[in-house]
Design a binder for this molecule. Structure first.
Ligand code: GAR
Length: 199
Protein backbone atom coordinates (compact mmCIF):
# COMPACT_ATOMS: atom_id res chain seq x y z
CA UNK A 1 0.00 0.00 0.00
CA UNK A 2 1.26 3.43 -0.97
CA UNK A 3 1.16 5.72 2.07
CA UNK A 4 -0.09 9.09 0.86
CA UNK A 5 0.10 12.42 2.67
CA UNK A 6 -2.02 15.26 1.28
CA UNK A 7 -1.11 18.93 1.75
CA UNK A 8 -3.83 21.57 1.46
CA UNK A 9 -4.49 25.27 2.01
CA UNK A 10 -8.15 25.88 1.26
CA UNK A 11 -11.47 24.30 0.40
CA UNK A 12 -10.08 20.85 -0.25
CA UNK A 13 -12.26 19.72 -3.14
CA UNK A 14 -9.28 17.87 -4.59
CA UNK A 15 -8.69 16.25 -1.20
CA UNK A 16 -12.35 15.20 -1.27
CA UNK A 17 -11.92 13.67 -4.72
CA UNK A 18 -9.00 11.63 -3.35
CA UNK A 19 -10.95 10.53 -0.26
CA UNK A 20 -13.90 9.53 -2.46
CA UNK A 21 -11.59 7.79 -4.92
CA UNK A 22 -10.13 5.58 -2.20
CA UNK A 23 -13.60 4.87 -0.76
CA UNK A 24 -15.06 3.90 -4.14
CA UNK A 25 -12.10 1.77 -5.20
CA UNK A 26 -11.14 4.09 -8.06
CA UNK A 27 -7.81 4.59 -6.29
CA UNK A 28 -6.26 1.27 -5.28
CA UNK A 29 -3.26 0.17 -3.19
CA UNK A 30 -3.40 3.49 -1.36
CA UNK A 31 -3.67 4.48 2.27
CA UNK A 32 -4.34 8.13 3.17
CA UNK A 33 -2.07 8.55 6.20
CA UNK A 34 -2.45 12.26 6.87
CA UNK A 35 -3.33 15.79 5.88
CA UNK A 36 -1.22 18.89 6.51
CA UNK A 37 -2.52 22.46 6.15
CA UNK A 38 -0.69 25.76 6.49
CA UNK A 39 -4.02 27.36 7.27
CA UNK A 40 -5.98 26.61 10.44
CA UNK A 41 -9.19 27.84 8.79
CA UNK A 42 -8.98 25.56 5.75
CA UNK A 43 -12.25 23.72 5.13
CA UNK A 44 -10.10 20.85 3.91
CA UNK A 45 -9.36 20.11 7.60
CA UNK A 46 -13.07 19.46 8.17
CA UNK A 47 -13.07 17.05 5.24
CA UNK A 48 -10.10 15.20 6.74
CA UNK A 49 -11.85 14.99 10.10
CA UNK A 50 -15.05 13.59 8.59
CA UNK A 51 -12.99 10.99 6.73
CA UNK A 52 -11.07 10.07 9.88
CA UNK A 53 -7.67 11.09 8.48
CA UNK A 54 -5.23 12.56 11.03
CA UNK A 55 -4.41 16.21 10.29
CA UNK A 56 -1.79 18.73 11.39
CA UNK A 57 -1.59 22.49 10.92
CA UNK A 58 1.81 24.11 10.38
CA UNK A 59 1.32 27.85 9.90
CA UNK A 60 4.10 30.31 9.02
CA UNK A 61 2.45 32.71 11.48
CA UNK A 62 3.58 30.51 14.36
CA UNK A 63 7.29 30.72 13.46
CA UNK A 64 9.80 33.53 13.82
CA UNK A 65 11.25 33.07 10.36
CA UNK A 66 10.92 31.03 7.18
CA UNK A 67 13.73 28.58 8.04
CA UNK A 68 12.04 27.62 11.31
CA UNK A 69 8.70 27.19 9.51
CA UNK A 70 10.35 25.06 6.82
CA UNK A 71 11.94 22.82 9.45
CA UNK A 72 8.63 22.41 11.27
CA UNK A 73 6.87 21.62 7.99
CA UNK A 74 9.44 18.94 7.14
CA UNK A 75 9.17 17.45 10.65
CA UNK A 76 5.37 17.30 10.32
CA UNK A 77 5.67 15.61 6.93
CA UNK A 78 8.20 13.07 8.25
CA UNK A 79 5.95 12.26 11.21
CA UNK A 80 3.48 10.65 8.78
CA UNK A 81 6.20 8.54 7.08
CA UNK A 82 4.64 9.00 3.61
CA UNK A 83 5.68 7.26 0.40
CA UNK A 84 4.04 9.99 -1.68
CA UNK A 85 3.18 13.61 -0.90
CA UNK A 86 0.29 15.12 -2.84
CA UNK A 87 -0.01 18.90 -3.07
CA UNK A 88 -3.76 19.38 -3.51
CA UNK A 89 -4.13 23.15 -3.55
CA UNK A 90 -1.17 23.72 -1.19
CA UNK A 91 -0.25 27.33 -1.81
CA UNK A 92 3.09 27.45 0.02
CA UNK A 93 6.44 27.23 -1.77
CA UNK A 94 7.87 23.82 -0.94
CA UNK A 95 11.19 24.25 0.89
CA UNK A 96 14.30 22.83 -0.78
CA UNK A 97 15.02 20.68 2.28
CA UNK A 98 11.72 18.91 1.64
CA UNK A 99 12.34 18.44 -2.06
CA UNK A 100 15.76 16.92 -1.26
CA UNK A 101 14.21 14.60 1.33
CA UNK A 102 11.39 13.45 -0.98
CA UNK A 103 12.90 13.58 -4.46
CA UNK A 104 10.40 12.31 -7.09
CA UNK A 105 7.90 11.59 -4.32
CA UNK A 106 5.99 14.90 -4.37
CA UNK A 107 3.26 15.59 -6.94
CA UNK A 108 1.20 18.74 -7.51
CA UNK A 109 -2.02 19.60 -9.34
CA UNK A 110 -2.01 22.86 -11.27
CA UNK A 111 -5.15 24.30 -12.89
CA UNK A 112 -3.78 24.95 -16.39
CA UNK A 113 -2.06 23.11 -19.20
CA UNK A 114 1.57 23.62 -18.17
CA UNK A 115 3.64 25.43 -19.52
CA UNK A 116 0.80 27.94 -19.95
CA UNK A 117 -0.26 30.09 -17.00
CA UNK A 118 2.08 28.59 -14.42
CA UNK A 119 5.06 29.62 -12.30
CA UNK A 120 5.37 32.29 -9.64
CA UNK A 121 2.14 34.19 -9.00
CA UNK A 122 -0.09 31.75 -10.87
CA UNK A 123 -2.29 29.98 -8.35
CA UNK A 124 -5.98 29.46 -7.73
CA UNK A 125 -8.29 31.95 -9.46
CA UNK A 126 -5.35 33.97 -10.84
CA UNK A 127 -4.61 31.16 -13.28
CA UNK A 128 -8.11 31.34 -14.75
CA UNK A 129 -8.09 35.15 -14.82
CA UNK A 130 -4.90 35.00 -16.89
CA UNK A 131 -6.30 32.35 -19.25
CA UNK A 132 -9.42 34.45 -19.90
CA UNK A 133 -7.36 37.65 -20.31
CA UNK A 134 -5.24 35.91 -22.96
CA UNK A 135 -8.32 34.63 -24.72
CA UNK A 136 -7.37 30.95 -24.93
CA UNK A 137 -10.10 28.60 -26.14
CA UNK A 138 -8.74 25.56 -24.34
CA UNK A 139 -7.27 25.28 -20.85
CA UNK A 140 -7.15 22.36 -18.41
CA UNK A 141 -5.15 20.88 -15.55
CA UNK A 142 -1.78 19.22 -15.05
CA UNK A 143 -0.41 16.77 -12.50
CA UNK A 144 3.37 16.94 -12.27
CA UNK A 145 6.28 15.96 -10.06
CA UNK A 146 7.63 18.79 -7.93
CA UNK A 147 11.21 19.89 -8.40
CA UNK A 148 13.05 22.98 -7.18
CA UNK A 149 11.39 25.29 -9.72
CA UNK A 150 7.79 26.51 -9.67
CA UNK A 151 5.61 24.18 -11.78
CA UNK A 152 8.69 22.99 -13.73
CA UNK A 153 8.85 19.29 -12.78
CA UNK A 154 8.11 16.37 -15.11
CA UNK A 155 4.49 16.17 -16.27
CA UNK A 156 2.55 13.04 -15.27
CA UNK A 157 -0.93 13.68 -16.72
CA UNK A 158 -2.89 16.50 -18.37
CA UNK A 159 -6.50 17.01 -19.37
CA UNK A 160 -7.91 19.73 -21.61
CA UNK A 161 -11.10 21.70 -20.87
CA UNK A 162 -12.90 24.06 -23.28
CA UNK A 163 -13.31 27.72 -22.41
CA UNK A 164 -16.83 29.00 -23.04
CA UNK A 165 -17.82 32.39 -24.47
CA UNK A 166 -19.36 33.78 -21.27
CA UNK A 167 -16.92 32.25 -18.75
CA UNK A 168 -15.85 34.18 -15.67
CA UNK A 169 -12.75 33.13 -13.72
CA UNK A 170 -15.06 31.38 -11.24
CA UNK A 171 -17.10 29.43 -13.81
CA UNK A 172 -13.90 28.40 -15.59
CA UNK A 173 -12.28 27.34 -12.32
CA UNK A 174 -15.30 25.22 -11.48
CA UNK A 175 -15.37 23.53 -14.91
CA UNK A 176 -11.61 22.82 -14.79
CA UNK A 177 -12.07 21.24 -11.37
CA UNK A 178 -15.07 19.13 -12.37
CA UNK A 179 -13.87 18.02 -15.79
CA UNK A 180 -10.15 17.72 -15.12
CA UNK A 181 -8.74 18.11 -11.61
CA UNK A 182 -11.06 15.78 -9.69
CA UNK A 183 -10.37 13.02 -12.21
CA UNK A 184 -6.68 13.58 -12.87
CA UNK A 185 -5.38 13.66 -9.32
CA UNK A 186 -7.04 10.38 -8.22
CA UNK A 187 -5.93 8.75 -11.49
CA UNK A 188 -2.32 9.88 -11.02
CA UNK A 189 -2.20 8.62 -7.41
CA UNK A 190 -3.63 5.24 -8.38
CA UNK A 191 -1.18 4.95 -11.26
CA UNK A 192 1.79 5.66 -8.99
CA UNK A 193 0.44 3.31 -6.29
CA UNK A 194 0.14 0.48 -8.74
CA UNK A 195 3.47 1.12 -10.45
CA UNK A 196 5.11 0.82 -7.08
CA UNK A 197 3.39 -2.48 -6.38
CA UNK A 198 4.46 -3.93 -9.71
CA UNK A 199 8.17 -2.99 -9.31
C1 GAR B 1 -7.16 23.87 -7.26
O1 GAR B 1 -7.78 24.44 -8.39
C2 GAR B 1 -5.70 23.59 -7.55
O2 GAR B 1 -5.47 23.18 -8.86
C3 GAR B 1 -5.10 24.95 -7.28
O3 GAR B 1 -5.76 25.40 -6.11
C4 GAR B 1 -7.10 24.89 -6.11
C5 GAR B 1 -7.39 24.25 -4.77
O4 GAR B 1 -8.75 23.88 -4.65
N1 GAR B 1 -3.68 24.86 -7.13
C6 GAR B 1 -2.83 25.79 -7.57
O5 GAR B 1 -3.19 26.83 -8.09
C7 GAR B 1 -1.36 25.45 -7.38
N2 GAR B 1 -0.51 26.38 -8.07
P1 GAR B 1 -9.25 22.85 -3.56
O6 GAR B 1 -8.70 23.30 -2.20
O7 GAR B 1 -10.75 22.94 -3.61
O8 GAR B 1 -8.75 21.47 -3.92
Amino acid sequence: MLKVLIMVSGGGTNLQAIIDGVASGKITNTELVGVISNNQGAYALERAKVAGIPAKVVSPKDYENRDLFNEALLAAVQSFEPDLIVLAGFLVVIPEIMIDAYENRIINIHPSLIPSFCGTGYYGLKVHEAALARGVKVTGATVHYVDKGTDTGPIIMQKAVSVQENDTPKTLQQRVMEEAEWQLLPAAISMIANQQTMD
